[in-house]
Design a protein. Structure first.
Ligand code: AMP
Length: 467
């Protein structure tokens, strides 16, 4: 997952307005990636780029926005899925060809045939500077035939396999693109004369833009002074929005496909209460992601909702590693438990998912350590048994606890008195969609695009970087 944004702002008195809108939109998408952030902007003749490691608020200062003047800009906040976490892999990335000039690209997703495409281009003499699949996508576009970027884009996109939502900026146009299945979200908004595209609707709201519509799966939208214009449609014959966007990735402040993420997660909690009821005194969430689900569980079960764990709001992906001693503190670095709420109580604790299974055990222990008499763990998604190849860094298959253990063994492993997972049907129903409109591969193993099961996050790293 990553966050992407694009702004086309034809007429404004403030030349930094487009970059400013991108900056605040990226702030709203920080939950989608905390490793690096970048903005590319154009004044109609060339592209300017600022990108650094760190959080959006750390990366950009007022002087950067001055450099990023111009009518249009794109932005990216990164969470690495292909390629390691380092500045060369930060986005937007810029490529340039003599005939057409520069193009900047921001990518959310994972191009699963990047290795083959890169090998092909390398044989033709193209040099690569990074281990990111996004550079491969950019080079595939740049090395296509065609007199315009529109031509090159529409020739290049059918060669890509996998998941991609893209924002692309050239001095004369902004492009917003989704893969044929629409695995990662992307929406279009309007603020005055400006057009915006963003991974999630929460970014539009943050800057006072109104939601116009989702960019459709397979759609290539070109935006310039004339407004948004679809220039190609590569839609597949089914849809495949990642169901994990509903479960965990997207902000609760967003709508996905016109449906409130908060409401979906509440329904997940309600269904979980129907499927896995228990006798208890209090329902608590693992904050922040499971709060609406716990609200739903409490409402349906009639058991009071309380906050029993408080998350440190300022903990991100910090670059200062804890010492081995502090590391033993584990989840205690992230959460404080409230003895007042927990002492002597039978507790239902609701979480969104179990991935590796390293968080749940310490949480159960923390709750017991603060007096919980019984701990009943409820999970708002089915067991995750299969690796994601489409843009979520979930872990390799052999690291996923549910790929090795059944539910009873996982319960013993995490030390809970009972463990209940939401069913696949219950999860899908809560989204308001059908299984035929979603990618559920991490739960079912039914990949919508053929995948090489051995594909790894660092699959483009084995070659020596040449630049
Ligand atoms: P664990 O089971 O220890 O791997 O941790 C699972 C928890 O991490 C979940 O409850 C989520 O809140 C969170 N989570 C889920 N997916 C991811 C992901 N791809 N990257 C980071 N955190 C995640």
């Amino acid at each position: 997952m990553c966050g992407i944004v694009g702004v086309w702002n034809p007429a404004t008195a403030d030349p930094t307005e487009a970059a400013r809108l991108v900056f605040f939109s990226l702030y709203a998408l920080q939950h989608r990636g905390q490793e690096s952030a970048g903005i590319a902007a154009t004044d109609g003749s060339d592209l300017r780029l600022v990108r650094r490691m760190g959080l959006v608020g750390q990366v950009f200062g007022e002087p950067d926005l001055g450099v990023l003047g111009g009518r249009a800009a794109i932005g990216h906040t990164r969470y690495s899925t292909t390629g390691s976490s380092r500045i060369q892999n930060a986005q937007p990335m810029v490529v340039s060809v003599d005939a057409l000039g520069e193009l900047a690209i921001g990518h959310n997703g994972n191009c699963i045939n990047a290795r083959d495409l890169r090998d092909e281009l390398s044989r033709e003499g193209v040099q690569f500077a990074t281990s990111s699949d996004t550079e491969v996508v950019a080079q595939v576009i740049a090395n296509e035939r065609g007199a315009t970027w529109d031509d090159r884009l529409t020739r290049a996109l059918p060669k890509l396999r996998g998941a991609w939502s893209l924002v692309i900026l050239t001095p004369s146009a902004l492009y917003a693109i989704r893969d044929p299945l629409g695995v990662r979200p992307l929406c279009l908004g309007r603020k005055g004369d400006a057009w915006l595209v963003a991974s999630e609707t929460c970014a539009l709201e943050t800057v006072g833009a109104t939601f116009v519509r989702d960019v459709a799966p397979g759609e290539v939208l070109r935006i310039d002074d004339r407004g948004p214009m679809p220039i190609a449609d590569f839609a597949a014959d089914r849809r495949g929005l990642c169901v994990f966007e509903h479960v965990y990735l997207a902000s609760v402040a967003s709508d996905l496909g016109g449906v409130s993420v908060y409401a979906t997660r509440e329904r997940m909690g309600e269904t979980l209460a129907d499927e896995h009821p228990t006798e208890a005194d209090v329902v608590i969430p693992v904050p922040d992601s499971a709060i609406p689900a716990a609200v739903g569980y409490a409402r349906r079960s009639g058991i009071p909702f309380r906050e029993g764990l408080i998350k440190n709001r300022y903990i991100g992906r910090t670059f200062i590693q804890p010492s081995p001693e502090l590391r033993q503190q584990g989840v205690a670095l992230k959460y404080n438990a409230l003895r007042d709420v927990l002492d002597g109580k039978r507790v239902v604790v609701v979480d969104d998912s179990i991935v590796r299974g390293s968080t749940s055990g310490p949480i159960v222990e923390l709750l017991r350590g603060h007096g919980a008499k019984e701990v009943h763990l409820r999970i708002c998604s089915p067991p995750i048994r299969h690796q994601c190849f489409f843009g979520v860094d979930m872990a390799r298959r052999d690291e996923l606890i549910a790929s090795e253990l059944d539910v009873e063994s996982i319960r013993r492993h995490v030390g809970a008195d009972s463990l209940g997972y939401l069913s696949l049907a219950g999860m899908v129903r809560a989204t308001g969609g059908t299984e035929g409109e979603l990618c559920t591969a991490c739960f079912t193993g039914d990949y919508l695009v053929p995948v090489q099961l051995e594909l790894a996050k660092d699959s483009l790293e084995s070659e020596k970087v040449r630049v």
